[in-house]
Write a protein that binds this ligand. Structure first.
Ligand code: ATP
Length: 355
Protein backbone atom coordinates (compact mmCIF):
# COMPACT_ATOMS: atom_id res chain seq x y z
CA UNK A 1 0.00 0.00 0.00
CA UNK A 2 1.22 3.52 -0.79
CA UNK A 3 2.45 5.66 2.06
CA UNK A 4 0.20 8.45 3.29
CA UNK A 5 1.50 11.98 2.79
CA UNK A 6 1.38 14.65 5.49
CA UNK A 7 2.56 18.20 4.91
CA UNK A 8 4.24 19.64 8.01
CA UNK A 9 4.88 23.24 9.05
CA UNK A 10 6.94 23.62 12.20
CA UNK A 11 5.58 27.12 12.95
CA UNK A 12 7.01 30.15 14.71
CA UNK A 13 8.32 31.18 18.15
CA UNK A 14 7.93 28.22 20.57
CA UNK A 15 6.04 26.04 18.09
CA UNK A 16 9.04 24.16 16.64
CA UNK A 17 9.98 23.11 20.18
CA UNK A 18 6.89 20.90 20.24
CA UNK A 19 6.37 20.24 16.54
CA UNK A 20 9.84 18.86 15.70
CA UNK A 21 9.87 16.24 18.50
CA UNK A 22 6.23 15.29 17.80
CA UNK A 23 7.00 14.62 14.14
CA UNK A 24 10.10 12.65 15.22
CA UNK A 25 7.88 10.62 17.53
CA UNK A 26 5.43 9.88 14.70
CA UNK A 27 8.29 8.95 12.37
CA UNK A 28 9.58 6.55 15.01
CA UNK A 29 6.17 4.83 15.17
CA UNK A 30 6.67 3.63 11.60
CA UNK A 31 3.14 4.39 10.47
CA UNK A 32 3.66 4.42 6.71
CA UNK A 33 3.47 8.21 6.58
CA UNK A 34 5.78 10.43 4.54
CA UNK A 35 6.20 13.80 6.24
CA UNK A 36 6.86 16.54 3.71
CA UNK A 37 8.07 19.97 4.78
CA UNK A 38 7.13 22.57 2.16
CA UNK A 39 9.49 25.56 2.12
CA UNK A 40 7.64 28.78 3.01
CA UNK A 41 8.38 32.06 4.78
CA UNK A 42 11.62 34.00 4.48
CA UNK A 43 13.64 31.07 3.08
CA UNK A 44 11.08 30.68 0.29
CA UNK A 45 11.08 34.42 -0.32
CA UNK A 46 14.85 34.50 -0.77
CA UNK A 47 14.64 31.58 -3.19
CA UNK A 48 11.55 32.38 -5.20
CA UNK A 49 10.47 35.89 -4.23
CA UNK A 50 7.31 34.87 -2.38
CA UNK A 51 6.50 33.76 1.18
CA UNK A 52 4.17 31.02 -0.06
CA UNK A 53 5.32 29.61 -3.41
CA UNK A 54 3.10 27.56 -5.72
CA UNK A 55 5.30 24.52 -5.06
CA UNK A 56 4.39 24.61 -1.34
CA UNK A 57 0.73 24.99 -2.25
CA UNK A 58 0.99 21.97 -4.55
CA UNK A 59 2.59 19.93 -1.76
CA UNK A 60 -0.32 20.77 0.56
CA UNK A 61 -2.77 19.81 -2.18
CA UNK A 62 -0.99 16.51 -2.81
CA UNK A 63 -0.89 15.59 0.88
CA UNK A 64 -3.65 13.67 2.68
CA UNK A 65 -3.60 16.26 5.47
CA UNK A 66 -1.44 18.95 7.05
CA UNK A 67 0.10 19.07 10.51
CA UNK A 68 0.53 22.73 11.32
CA UNK A 69 2.60 24.45 13.98
CA UNK A 70 1.12 27.76 15.14
CA UNK A 71 2.29 30.74 13.19
CA UNK A 72 2.68 34.40 14.01
CA UNK A 73 4.28 35.83 10.95
CA UNK A 74 5.64 34.75 7.64
CA UNK A 75 3.70 31.53 7.32
CA UNK A 76 0.32 33.20 7.92
CA UNK A 77 -0.53 32.95 4.17
CA UNK A 78 -0.25 29.18 4.56
CA UNK A 79 -2.82 29.26 7.36
CA UNK A 80 -5.19 31.31 5.22
CA UNK A 81 -4.78 28.79 2.41
CA UNK A 82 -5.45 25.87 4.76
CA UNK A 83 -8.64 27.56 5.94
CA UNK A 84 -10.23 29.39 3.02
CA UNK A 85 -8.29 27.72 0.21
CA UNK A 86 -9.07 24.22 1.44
CA UNK A 87 -12.47 25.23 2.89
CA UNK A 88 -11.85 23.64 6.29
CA UNK A 89 -15.09 24.90 7.77
CA UNK A 90 -15.29 22.96 11.05
CA UNK A 91 -12.72 23.56 13.77
CA UNK A 92 -13.10 20.72 16.25
CA UNK A 93 -11.66 21.41 19.69
CA UNK A 94 -12.11 18.49 22.09
CA UNK A 95 -12.12 19.27 25.80
CA UNK A 96 -11.27 16.03 27.58
CA UNK A 97 -9.93 15.82 31.11
CA UNK A 98 -7.15 13.30 31.69
CA UNK A 99 -6.30 12.48 35.33
CA UNK A 100 -3.19 14.44 36.21
CA UNK A 101 -4.12 17.54 34.18
CA UNK A 102 -3.82 20.59 36.40
CA UNK A 103 -7.52 21.48 36.30
CA UNK A 104 -8.86 24.25 38.55
CA UNK A 105 -12.17 22.35 38.83
CA UNK A 106 -13.12 20.52 42.03
CA UNK A 107 -14.47 17.53 40.05
CA UNK A 108 -12.86 17.48 36.62
CA UNK A 109 -13.14 13.69 36.17
CA UNK A 110 -15.37 12.86 33.24
CA UNK A 111 -15.26 16.25 31.49
CA UNK A 112 -15.48 15.18 27.87
CA UNK A 113 -17.08 17.46 25.32
CA UNK A 114 -16.24 18.91 21.93
CA UNK A 115 -16.54 22.48 20.76
CA UNK A 116 -17.02 22.96 17.04
CA UNK A 117 -16.15 26.43 15.93
CA UNK A 118 -17.33 27.55 12.52
CA UNK A 119 -13.99 28.32 10.92
CA UNK A 120 -14.51 30.51 7.85
CA UNK A 121 -17.02 33.30 8.34
CA UNK A 122 -18.70 35.44 11.02
CA UNK A 123 -16.43 38.37 11.98
CA UNK A 124 -13.33 36.60 10.61
CA UNK A 125 -13.95 37.52 6.99
CA UNK A 126 -11.80 40.56 7.66
CA UNK A 127 -14.42 42.97 6.32
CA UNK A 128 -13.52 46.06 8.34
CA UNK A 129 -13.34 49.72 7.51
CA UNK A 130 -14.29 53.27 8.26
CA UNK A 131 -17.91 53.84 9.38
CA UNK A 132 -18.00 57.02 7.32
CA UNK A 133 -17.57 54.90 4.18
CA UNK A 134 -20.98 53.38 4.93
CA UNK A 135 -22.69 56.69 5.68
CA UNK A 136 -24.30 56.81 2.24
CA UNK A 137 -26.12 53.53 2.91
CA UNK A 138 -28.25 55.18 5.61
CA UNK A 139 -27.89 52.15 7.89
CA UNK A 140 -30.31 52.70 10.76
CA UNK A 141 -29.57 51.14 14.14
CA UNK A 142 -32.86 50.16 15.78
CA UNK A 143 -30.99 49.82 19.07
CA UNK A 144 -29.14 53.16 19.04
CA UNK A 145 -32.02 54.80 17.13
CA UNK A 146 -29.59 56.58 14.86
CA UNK A 147 -27.99 56.23 11.45
CA UNK A 148 -24.51 54.69 11.51
CA UNK A 149 -23.17 57.75 9.71
CA UNK A 150 -24.45 60.02 12.51
CA UNK A 151 -22.58 58.21 15.30
CA UNK A 152 -19.33 60.04 14.60
CA UNK A 153 -16.00 58.78 13.32
CA UNK A 154 -15.30 55.08 13.91
CA UNK A 155 -14.68 51.71 12.36
CA UNK A 156 -16.92 48.78 11.52
CA UNK A 157 -16.46 45.03 11.16
CA UNK A 158 -19.00 42.92 9.31
CA UNK A 159 -20.35 39.75 10.84
CA UNK A 160 -21.70 37.49 8.13
CA UNK A 161 -23.51 34.23 8.84
CA UNK A 162 -24.44 32.36 5.67
CA UNK A 163 -27.01 29.61 5.23
CA UNK A 164 -24.59 27.22 3.57
CA UNK A 165 -21.78 27.98 6.05
CA UNK A 166 -24.05 27.36 9.03
CA UNK A 167 -25.67 24.29 7.59
CA UNK A 168 -22.47 22.42 6.90
CA UNK A 169 -20.90 23.10 10.29
CA UNK A 170 -24.08 22.26 12.22
CA UNK A 171 -24.50 19.05 10.24
CA UNK A 172 -20.87 18.22 11.10
CA UNK A 173 -21.81 18.62 14.78
CA UNK A 174 -24.73 16.20 14.54
CA UNK A 175 -22.64 13.63 12.70
CA UNK A 176 -19.94 13.94 15.37
CA UNK A 177 -22.50 13.43 18.16
CA UNK A 178 -23.51 10.17 16.45
CA UNK A 179 -19.92 9.08 15.98
CA UNK A 180 -18.92 9.88 19.57
CA UNK A 181 -21.96 7.92 20.78
CA UNK A 182 -21.71 9.43 24.27
CA UNK A 183 -24.54 11.71 25.42
CA UNK A 184 -25.73 12.00 21.80
CA UNK A 185 -26.51 15.66 22.26
CA UNK A 186 -25.85 18.83 20.23
CA UNK A 187 -25.90 22.27 21.80
CA UNK A 188 -26.10 25.38 19.60
CA UNK A 189 -24.97 28.60 21.17
CA UNK A 190 -24.73 32.17 19.91
CA UNK A 191 -26.24 35.58 20.71
CA UNK A 192 -29.61 35.04 19.03
CA UNK A 193 -31.41 37.50 21.29
CA UNK A 194 -29.35 40.63 20.46
CA UNK A 195 -28.37 39.47 16.97
CA UNK A 196 -31.75 38.08 16.08
CA UNK A 197 -31.09 38.19 12.35
CA UNK A 198 -27.54 36.84 11.92
CA UNK A 199 -27.24 34.59 14.97
CA UNK A 200 -30.97 33.99 14.71
CA UNK A 201 -30.30 32.35 11.34
CA UNK A 202 -27.63 30.11 12.88
CA UNK A 203 -30.11 28.95 15.52
CA UNK A 204 -32.94 28.43 13.05
CA UNK A 205 -30.70 26.27 10.87
CA UNK A 206 -29.75 24.31 13.98
CA UNK A 207 -33.43 23.68 14.76
CA UNK A 208 -34.12 22.59 11.19
CA UNK A 209 -31.21 20.19 10.99
CA UNK A 210 -32.07 18.77 14.44
CA UNK A 211 -35.27 17.40 12.92
CA UNK A 212 -33.20 15.16 10.66
CA UNK A 213 -31.48 13.63 13.72
CA UNK A 214 -34.25 12.39 16.02
CA UNK A 215 -31.71 10.14 17.78
CA UNK A 216 -29.68 13.18 18.88
CA UNK A 217 -30.91 15.51 21.64
CA UNK A 218 -30.88 19.18 20.70
CA UNK A 219 -30.65 22.21 22.96
CA UNK A 220 -29.64 25.86 22.61
CA UNK A 221 -28.42 28.59 24.92
CA UNK A 222 -27.57 32.25 24.50
CA UNK A 223 -23.80 32.40 24.55
CA UNK A 224 -23.39 34.25 27.88
CA UNK A 225 -25.71 31.75 29.58
CA UNK A 226 -23.78 28.95 27.83
CA UNK A 227 -20.48 30.20 29.27
CA UNK A 228 -21.90 30.08 32.79
CA UNK A 229 -23.19 26.53 32.17
CA UNK A 230 -19.89 25.43 30.67
CA UNK A 231 -18.09 26.50 33.83
CA UNK A 232 -20.61 25.27 36.39
CA UNK A 233 -21.61 21.98 34.73
CA UNK A 234 -19.25 21.00 31.88
CA UNK A 235 -20.17 17.34 32.39
CA UNK A 236 -23.59 18.04 30.85
CA UNK A 237 -22.05 18.93 27.47
CA UNK A 238 -21.39 16.62 24.54
CA UNK A 239 -21.04 18.44 21.19
CA UNK A 240 -21.37 22.22 21.06
CA UNK A 241 -21.43 24.20 17.83
CA UNK A 242 -21.15 27.96 17.46
CA UNK A 243 -20.10 30.75 15.10
CA UNK A 244 -16.42 31.61 14.70
CA UNK A 245 -15.77 34.37 17.26
CA UNK A 246 -17.66 32.68 20.10
CA UNK A 247 -15.87 29.43 19.26
CA UNK A 248 -12.49 31.12 19.40
CA UNK A 249 -13.21 32.50 22.86
CA UNK A 250 -15.17 29.59 24.36
CA UNK A 251 -12.64 26.97 23.31
CA UNK A 252 -9.82 28.77 25.13
CA UNK A 253 -12.13 28.91 28.16
CA UNK A 254 -12.83 25.20 27.77
CA UNK A 255 -9.07 24.53 27.74
CA UNK A 256 -8.88 26.47 31.01
CA UNK A 257 -11.41 24.09 32.57
CA UNK A 258 -9.17 21.08 32.09
CA UNK A 259 -5.88 22.80 32.95
CA UNK A 260 -4.82 25.29 30.31
CA UNK A 261 -3.97 25.98 26.71
CA UNK A 262 -1.06 23.57 26.68
CA UNK A 263 -3.53 20.68 26.77
CA UNK A 264 -5.99 21.58 24.01
CA UNK A 265 -5.72 19.94 20.57
CA UNK A 266 -7.63 20.92 17.47
CA UNK A 267 -8.45 19.83 13.95
CA UNK A 268 -9.98 21.82 11.08
CA UNK A 269 -12.07 19.74 8.69
CA UNK A 270 -13.45 20.41 5.24
CA UNK A 271 -15.24 18.08 2.84
CA UNK A 272 -11.97 16.98 1.23
CA UNK A 273 -9.16 18.09 3.50
CA UNK A 274 -8.15 18.60 7.11
CA UNK A 275 -5.32 20.16 9.02
CA UNK A 276 -4.36 19.76 12.65
CA UNK A 277 -2.78 22.19 15.08
CA UNK A 278 -2.80 22.88 18.81
CA UNK A 279 -5.53 25.30 19.92
CA UNK A 280 -2.88 27.56 21.45
CA UNK A 281 -0.78 30.10 19.59
CA UNK A 282 2.97 30.36 19.26
CA UNK A 283 3.57 31.13 22.97
CA UNK A 284 6.20 33.77 22.14
CA UNK A 285 6.72 34.64 25.81
CA UNK A 286 8.23 31.22 26.54
CA UNK A 287 10.03 30.58 23.23
CA UNK A 288 13.56 29.21 23.50
CA UNK A 289 13.18 28.10 27.11
CA UNK A 290 12.40 24.39 26.55
CA UNK A 291 9.35 24.65 28.84
CA UNK A 292 6.40 24.67 26.41
CA UNK A 293 3.92 21.85 27.09
CA UNK A 294 3.72 19.48 24.09
CA UNK A 295 0.44 17.81 25.11
CA UNK A 296 -1.82 19.88 22.82
CA UNK A 297 0.44 19.17 19.86
CA UNK A 298 0.72 15.45 20.56
CA UNK A 299 -3.06 15.14 20.98
CA UNK A 300 -3.51 17.07 17.72
CA UNK A 301 -1.22 14.48 16.12
CA UNK A 302 -3.55 11.77 17.49
CA UNK A 303 -6.48 13.55 15.77
CA UNK A 304 -4.43 13.58 12.56
CA UNK A 305 -3.88 9.83 12.83
CA UNK A 306 -7.62 9.27 13.39
CA UNK A 307 -8.28 11.26 10.21
CA UNK A 308 -5.82 9.06 8.32
CA UNK A 309 -7.67 5.94 9.55
CA UNK A 310 -4.83 5.07 11.90
CA UNK A 311 -6.96 4.93 15.01
CA UNK A 312 -4.94 2.22 16.78
CA UNK A 313 -1.71 4.30 16.89
CA UNK A 314 -3.85 7.36 17.68
CA UNK A 315 -5.17 5.55 20.76
CA UNK A 316 -1.61 4.49 21.63
CA UNK A 317 -0.54 8.14 21.61
CA UNK A 318 -3.47 9.16 23.84
CA UNK A 319 -2.73 6.24 26.16
CA UNK A 320 0.93 7.31 26.40
CA UNK A 321 -0.16 10.85 27.31
CA UNK A 322 -2.42 9.43 30.04
CA UNK A 323 0.50 7.38 31.36
CA UNK A 324 2.76 10.43 31.58
CA UNK A 325 0.07 12.38 33.47
CA UNK A 326 -0.70 9.47 35.79
CA UNK A 327 2.83 9.84 37.13
CA UNK A 328 3.44 13.47 38.09
CA UNK A 329 7.25 13.19 37.75
CA UNK A 330 7.49 14.50 34.18
CA UNK A 331 4.99 17.32 33.93
CA UNK A 332 5.82 20.74 32.56
CA UNK A 333 5.74 23.99 34.52
CA UNK A 334 2.22 25.02 33.34
CA UNK A 335 0.95 21.76 34.91
CA UNK A 336 2.68 22.41 38.21
CA UNK A 337 5.70 20.24 37.38
CA UNK A 338 9.33 21.07 36.76
CA UNK A 339 10.10 18.94 33.70
CA UNK A 340 11.43 20.50 30.52
CA UNK A 341 9.76 19.98 27.16
CA UNK A 342 12.44 17.45 26.27
CA UNK A 343 12.02 15.70 29.64
CA UNK A 344 8.31 15.34 28.88
CA UNK A 345 9.10 13.85 25.47
CA UNK A 346 11.55 11.38 27.03
CA UNK A 347 8.78 10.20 29.36
CA UNK A 348 6.35 10.01 26.45
CA UNK A 349 8.75 7.84 24.44
CA UNK A 350 9.09 5.49 27.42
CA UNK A 351 5.31 5.35 27.88
CA UNK A 352 4.81 4.65 24.18
CA UNK A 353 7.32 1.83 24.26
CA UNK A 354 5.25 0.19 27.01
CA UNK A 355 1.80 0.54 25.41
P1 ATP B 1 -2.87 33.45 19.44
O1 ATP B 1 -3.33 34.84 19.19
O2 ATP B 1 -2.32 32.76 18.24
O3 ATP B 1 -3.88 32.61 20.19
P2 ATP B 1 -1.40 34.24 21.77
O4 ATP B 1 0.02 34.72 21.85
O5 ATP B 1 -2.50 35.17 22.08
O6 ATP B 1 -1.58 33.55 20.37
P3 ATP B 1 -0.85 31.77 22.99
O7 ATP B 1 0.37 31.62 22.15
O8 ATP B 1 -1.86 30.70 22.87
O9 ATP B 1 -1.63 33.07 22.75
O10 ATP B 1 -0.36 31.92 24.50
C1 ATP B 1 -1.18 32.41 25.55
C2 ATP B 1 -0.48 32.11 26.86
O11 ATP B 1 -0.53 30.70 27.11
C3 ATP B 1 0.99 32.49 26.85
O12 ATP B 1 1.36 32.96 28.12
C4 ATP B 1 1.69 31.19 26.54
O13 ATP B 1 3.01 31.09 27.05
C5 ATP B 1 0.77 30.17 27.21
N1 ATP B 1 0.83 28.91 26.46
C6 ATP B 1 0.30 28.68 25.25
N2 ATP B 1 0.57 27.44 24.84
C7 ATP B 1 1.29 26.86 25.83
C8 ATP B 1 1.87 25.58 25.98
N3 ATP B 1 1.75 24.63 25.05
N4 ATP B 1 2.57 25.33 27.12
C9 ATP B 1 2.68 26.25 28.06
N5 ATP B 1 2.16 27.50 27.98
C10 ATP B 1 1.47 27.80 26.87
Amino acid sequence: MDNKQVAVFMGDDASPEVMVPTVDLLRGMDLGIDFIEPVVGQIAKEKSGTLFPDEAKAQIDAADATFFGSTSGDSTPVLFYLRWGKQTFANLRPCVYVPGFNSPMARPDGIDFAIIRENLEDLYLGLEGDTQDLAGLNLYSRHARANLGDLGPGKYAIKAITEAGSERVIRFAFELARKRDKQRKVTVTCKYNMLAVADGLFLEIGKTIAQEYPDIEFEHFIVDDFLCRMITNPHALDVVVMPNLYGDIMSDGAAGLIGGLGLAPSGCYGDNYAYFESAHGTAPDIAGQNIINPTATVLSAAMLLDYLDLSAPADQLRQAISTVYADTANLTVDQGGSASTSGFFDALHRALANT
